[in-house]
Design a protein around this ligand. Structure first.
Ligand code: UD1
Length: 333
């Protein structure tokens, strides 16, 4: 099949394109390098029938021009979007205009060229600060940040488009993706001012940073640090492949959690990484980070029951594979 992947140069987009190429699909990748640098693209080119277009999807004319030249697309995987929660509070306009306009342009061109299927990258952030855990898809959405608002708004827009029978969409609500492909061909870039915890642990392991700050040790959890549902990137990507197959038999708008259903504290993650990889990760306690929730984990049974998807990889795999892919990187580059 001919598949379009937006945000293809990013952590998740590149892993998804890699997997699609391995399965023999033709992949057209788009990125504007706003939060990536294209280092992963040569691997994708070597993997199969891959073409790349540098494009800002929020530019309406450029997006129209690109679609004119493309062969018919069977499915769009829409990863592209601004995603730093803290930054979204400082520059909400950029988040709203970029994330919404790029989706509007993409959907307009999909309609123009008779492509109905989209897998959308949503987030657990749409559940807000729910006290009820684990999270299930039928719980109400609540925004804690402009970033979260854009995910909720886009889900709502896509749902409306599906109700009018113009599109079929699976919106995947990611919990905390970490890890790397087992062979180490791809990884989450630790150099580009990461906000998420795993690339920050990696920075300490590589010797770029001296310590990692643990944001909050007064949460109402076993060890006082916040708990998350970390999921191996390859399990997450398998969820996308299953979603694409699900969509070919199920019209309309669907949401699925992609998480393991287990909760892991910040200290447990750091400890596991240290002991399995035999590296030292010095940390210091720091105040809670604004906008962080205490506990966030999911009930993944809807994806199991509907798409026959479940996680295969463990927390150990996540820690081993994250490090394996980057441990030999030259940090001076
Ligand atoms: C974050 C976003 C979420 C987004 C997801 C994308 C926030 C508040 N939420 O999730 O909306 O969908 O990334 O991947 O940014 N931590 C530390 N020290 C660090 C970094 C993180 O202690 O240097 C802690 C955090 O407080 C949190 C846990 O590690 O408890 C995970 O943090 P992170 O990887 O940033 O993910 P989320 O905040 O869960």
């Amino acid at each position: 099949m001919n598949i379009l992947v937006t945000g293809v140069s990013g952590f998740l987009g590149s892993h998804c394109a890699y997997e699609l190429l391995s399965l023999g699909h033709k992949v057209i990748g788009i990125d504007n390098f706003s939060n990536s640098n294209g280092k992963q693209l040569p691997v994708l080119h070597s993997k199969g029938d891959f073409s790349f277009h540098e494009l800002d999807l929020s530019n309406s004319d450029d997006t129209s021009k690109l679609f004119k030249d493309l062969d018919k697309i069977s499915c769009v995987f829409h990863f592209a979007g601004l995603k730093a929660v803290g930054e979204s509070v400082e520059i909400p306009y950029n988040y709203w205009s970029n994330n919404l306009e790029s989706t509007f342009n993409l959907v307009r061109e999909m309609l123009n060229y008779d492509c109905r299927s989209m897998i959308f990258s949503s987030s657990a952030t749409v559940y807000g600060d729910s006290q009820e855990q684990p999270l299930i898809e039928s719980m109400p959405s609540e925004s804690l940040s402009p970033y979260g608002s854009t995910k909720i708004a886009i889900e709502s827009f896509l749902n409306d488009m599906c109700q009018s029978e113009s599109l079929d969409v699976v919106s995947l609500r990611y919990f905390n993706p970490v890890g790397s492909i087992k062979n180490g061909d791809l990884y989450e870039d630790p150099f580009n001012k990461p906000n998420n915890i795993m690339p920050r642990i990696i920075r300490v392991a590589l010797g770029i940073d001296e310590t990692i700050s643990v944001f909050g040790n007064d949460y109402n959890t076993k060890d006082g640090t916040a708990e998350r549902d970390y999921i191996h990137v390859m399990d997450l990507i398998e969820g996308h492949i299953k979603a694409m197959h699900f969509l070919s038999a199920n019209k309309g708008f669907h949401t699925f959690n992609l998480g393991t259903g287990d909760k892991v504290s910040v200290l447990k993650l750091i400890d596991t990484f240290e002991s399995l990889n035999n590296v030292n990760i010095p940390y210091k306690m720091a105040p809670r980070r604004d906008g962080d929730v205490e506990i966030c984990y999911c009930d993944p049974s809807k994806a199991l029951n509907s798409m026959d998807w479940e996680c295969e990889y463990t927390l150990d795999d996540m820690c081993l594979d994250s490090w394996n892919a980057v441990k030999n990187l030259d940090i001076k580059k």
